[in-house]
Structures are given as structure tokens and as C-alpha cells.
Design a protein around this ligand. Structure first.
Ligand SMILES: C[S@@+](CC[C@H](N)C(=O)[O-])C[C@H]1O[C@@H](n2cnc3c(N)ncnc32)[C@H](O)[C@@H]1O
Length: 433
């Protein structure tokens, strides 16, 4: 006995059968988890011409399917399903819009579905009144027949039947399961036409991956289906926190273009200085006493550019971020307290870096950190050192999430008159085989 029996009443049983017996559903039917039968309505006519439709009373365009063949066809399939919890569904543009919630209800409450496909102008209203339990619509548009809608219902219901998919985890967490859309998915290769797989998915830290995926679910639901996002009710503390954080993120840019990282030229200076101003404002709002004086200014960047140590990251034609990666030893790094740098490693030093305000929350900062790794490796250096203000929590989190480790405290010389205490971070880049 299958877990779910579905009878589809149609004028095109061969077509529907072929589609629903391919791939996963075909295998499920062969295993006996589901049983899908497509029944020809025309076989139940009581006239010589096997006519299933006729002109509408009152005149008008097209033909209407007659009640009798439909009723006889329905009686035939019901007779073959004694004792089943049956539900007769007419696929109709006038029905309730179909959702994942409906699919779950049908699997939960019934083990026999009869899906009636109309054609032409629809079916005689008296058949609906007498025989149909509910009407389901695929959406607010009109199809020529109910077959596509019936196939959609059968497919979405069957994949929820135990034993059809390898594990229930296959559908838990998918779009619409708990009111959210699914996170983005990636497969090999790691780099495709200049587009990378997010770093967090390559690191092997399952907890981080789960957290990233949940946040992405919130982000893309907010961006693509604000109606669902607004209705979502967080179930636990973690969801509540992520939901509130994502709610506060405003107008997040979607990184739709491949990113290009190149050495900065003098012409990039206006963009770099604009991004510096935006970062300065951001730090001020967070009460971080970093970049609150003249540092860094034009002369620092001209120096970096001259030495080929400043890089810009372009998203399409737009400058989205910059960083300076130097091979010069940083004098203030010599005196580190409460810790120490890894000994015996030549290091690149990540100095000035920032992401344009409109790219905050887009994943650009994480991309920047990956470009830093790439540039360091291109210089033959596997170690990168940097520092950040002790109150710059966002940067500290980014560094930790990008594989940097806290190494101790130090004082910088560049911002006299401001809080010069900094935390030291270091990353030893893992070489991926
Ligand atoms: C051309 S339609 C009939 C539309 C009908 N005259 C009306 O305006 O409501 C023919 C058949 O396609 C199916 N159908 C059309 N649109 C549908 C939708 N959005 N969802 C489910 N079934 C649909 C129904 O079975 C319907 O009987």
C-alpha cells in the first residue's frame, strides 16, 4: 500500500503520466511510496461520439465539460480507493492560491487525492457543487487546462511523502518551509567566470555555515519577498537576533557583477577619499575614535599608489572598496604587549582599508579580505598582520571571521591626539590544494 495515492482525471493522461513518472517521482512510484494514476475522462462518456464537452447555455464562446463523464470517472477512482482519506480537488483559476502550506496540509490530512483537470471553458458548475471538496489555483492567471496545475500539486505533495526524498532534511529549510526563502546554493568550481563561492562555505566550520545560511535566508526573503519577511515570526532567540539585524540593514546592494581588484591609480583618489569620508562618519556614529582626525588623507594614498600598494575593488564600473597592503615593516608593530606575533614569518601589513557605505552588508568586506589574501600570496607572503581600534567591533568580527587571530595590543603613531590603542591581528593563510 502506497503512502499517497493520486488520481488525475484528465483528457491527456499519457502526457501527464510521462511527466510524473520521470526522475524522483518515477523512482518513488516504482518503490511504492506513491501511486499516481492518470485516468482518461473520455472513457466514461455515455454518448457514441465520446463527447466530453458541449456548448454553454446562454450562449458565449467555447465549450464546457459535461458533468456526467466527470462524475462517472470520479466514481470509478473512488471505488478503487475504499477506506482511504480522499479529497477531490478541482484545479481552477477561481480556487485558493496554492502554497507550500497547502501541500503540507494535503499530505498530513489525506492519503488519496483526486485532481480534476478542466479544459476548454471549464466544467459544468453542477459537477463542482456536487462532487468537489476544494478548488486550488496555481496563481492569478489562466491556463488552457488543469494538467499543469495538477502536475504541480502532485509533484509538490509527493516530495513530502515519507520515503520519496532520501531524508526529510531535503525539504526542511527549503523555500517556504518556515515562511522564508532558502539561502543561496553553490557547487563546483570554486571560481566561475570571476564569481566566487562565499568563503564561509569553504572553511568547514558547520556552525558558521549554519549561521551564514540563516542570515542569508532572512536577507533574500527581505529583498525578494518583503511580504513574507514582514509576516515572519521568529521561533527562537537566534532567529530573533538575526531577524532584527537584517531588518535594520538598509538598501543592501546585491553583488551581481564579478569583482575586479586592481592596483589603484591617481584617478582613483576621489573615490578612495569619498569612501574614507563615509568610513569616518560610520566610525563616528559607533563612537570609535579611529580616523577621526586628518588621517588618512591624500598624501598617504598618493604614497601607497606610488608604491603600487593601494588596491581598489570594482563592482561593475563602481569603486566599492580599497585597501593598502604593504611589504614594509610597520614600526609600531615592533612593540606588542600581552602577546606576540608568530615568529620567523615575513608578513604583509594590511593598513588602510574601507568599504563604500552603500556596499555595507553586501559581503564586500569579506571579499576584500579574500583579495588581501590573494595579493599577499602573489607577493610570496603567507602571513598578513594588521591592527584595529579596540572599540572597532565590526572590524574585529570581520578579521576573526576571515581567519585572523588576536595577537595582543599595540599603540599606533599615526593619529596623535586620539585614542591610539589598537588590537593586533595576524593571519597565516592556508594554501588550498
Ligand atoms: C481556460 S481555463 C477555464 C477558465 C474559466 N473559464 C475561468 O475564467 O475561470 C480551462 C481549465 O484550465 C484550468 N486552469 C486554468 N487556469 C488555472 C489556474 N490558474 N490554476 C489551476 N487551474 C487552472 C482549469 O481546470 C480550467 O477548467
Amino acid at each position: 500500500m502506497s503512502e499517497m495515492k493520486i488520481d488525475i482525471l484528465t483528457l491527456f493522461p499519457d502526457t501527464v503520466h510521462a511527466v510524473l513518472h520521470e526522475s524522483i517521482l518515477g523512482r518513488a512510484a516504482r518503490k511504492g511510496a506513491v501511486e499516481i494514476s492518470c485516468v482518461q475522462i473520455r472513457d466514461f462518456t455515455e454518448n457514441k461520439q465520446n463527447q466530453v464537452d458541449d456548448y454553454p447555455y446562454g450562449g458565449g464562446w467555447g465549450c464546457v465539460m459535461m458533468a456526467q463523464p466527470l462524475k462517472s470517472c470520479l466514481e470509478h477512482v473512488m471505488a478503487a480507493a475504499p477506506g482511504k482519506r480522499s479529497r477531490v480537488i478541482y484545479l481552477s483559476p477561481q480556487g485558493e492560491p496554492y502554497t507550500q502550506e497547502t501541500a503540507r496540509r494535503l499530505v498530513r490530512d489525506y492519503d488519496h487525492l483526486v485532481l480534476v483537470c478542466g479544459h476548454y471553458e471549464g466544467v459544468d458548475e453542477r459537477f463542482i457543487e456536487a462532487c468537489v471538496d476544494e478548488e486550488i489555483s496555481l496563481g492569478d492567471f489562466v491556463l488552457t487546462g488543469g494538467e499543469i496545475a495538477a502536475m504541480a500539486v502532485a509533484d509538490s505533495v509527493c516530495r513530502l511523502v515519507p520515503g520519496v526524498l532520501s531524508d526529510e532534511q531535503c525539504y526542511i529549510g527549503e523555500s517556504h518551509w518556515d515562511g522564508l526563502l532558502e539561502y543561496p546554493q553553490y557547487t563546483r568550481p570554486e571560481l566561475w567566470e570571476g564569481r566566487e563561492v562565499p568563503q564561509v562555505l569553504l572553511g568547514g566550520d558547520h556552525e558558521k555555515v549554519e549561521q551564514w545560511r540563516r542570515r542569508e535566508q532572512f536577507r533574500r526573503t527581505k529583498a525578494k519577498r518583503p511580504d513574507l519577511f514582514a509576516r515572519f515570526v521568529p521561533a527562537d532567540k537566534n532567529d530573533e537576533k538575526l531577524y532584527e539585524e537584517v531588518k535594520r540593514e538598509s538598501g543592501r546592494v546585491v553583488l551581481s557583477e564579478p569583482l575586479v581588484c586592481r592596483a589603484a591609480a591617481k584617478e582613483d583618489l576621489p573615490d578612495i577619499l569619498r569612501i574614507v569620508e563615509e568610513a569616518r562618519e560610520g566610525l563616528k556614529k559607533q563612537r570609535v575614535d579611529q580616523w577621526q582626525g586628518p588621517y588618512p588623507d591624500e598624501k598617504h594614498f598618493l604614497f601607497d599608489i606610488d608604491r603600487g600598494e593601494c588596491f581598489v575593488i570594482l563592482h561593475g564600473a563602481e569603486t566599492a572598496a580599497f585597501f593598502t597592503l604593504s611589504t614594509r615593516a610597520e614600526a609600531s608593530y615592533a612593540a606588542i604587549s600581552d602577546g606576540r606575533w608568530t615568529e620567523g614569518m615575513d608578513a604583509a601589513v594590511l593598513h588602510r582599508c574601507a568599504v563604500a557605505a552603500k556596499y555595507r552588508g553586501s559581503g564586500m568586506a569579506e571579499k576584500l579580505m579574500r583579495f588581501v589574501d590573494e595579493r599577499a600570496l602573489a607577493l610570496g607572503l603567507r602571513c598578513v598582520r594588521t591592527d584595529t581600534h579596540r572599540k572597532n567591533k565590526a572590524m574585529q568580527r570581520l578579521l576573526r571571521e576571515s581567519g585572523y587571530r588576536y595577537r595582543g595590543n599595540l599603540q599606533v603613531f599615526v593619529e596623535p591626539g586620539h585614542d591610539t590603542a589598537r588590537q593586533a591581528y595576524e593571519k597565516i593563510i592556508k594554501i588550498r590544494k
